[in-house]
Design a protein around this ligand. Structure first.
Ligand code: SF4
Length: 76
């Protein structure tokens, strides 16, 4: 099965809840918290930016797509 990659085509909808950051820490690193997550949220309300570290494999991108309440993510 081909690899899937996480992308954020609707980043303008982000509300900065950090659920995606926490989930990637948990699923990818087996850690709790926002440090060292492959996803970083920067900016301020109504102008958040989603940064995905493509230097690291995100093994469960579908879970991150599902967890975002604003539907910011997709897989390709
Ligand atoms: S889960 Fe979605 S809305 Fe929440 S910070 Fe991540 S991208 Fe933004």
């Amino acid at each position: 099965m081909p690899k899937k990659y996480l992308v954020a085509p609707r980043s303008q909808k982000c509300i900065g809840c950090l659920l995606c950051v926490l989930a990637t820490s948990r699923y990818e690193r087996k850690k709790l918290g926002t440090k060292d997550s492959p996803i970083t949220i920067k900016g301020r309300p109504s102008a958040y930016k989603i940064q995905i570290d493509y230097g690291e494999e995100i093994k469960f991108p579908e879970k991150i797509v599902q967890i975002c309440p604003q539907n910011c993510f997709d897989t390709i």
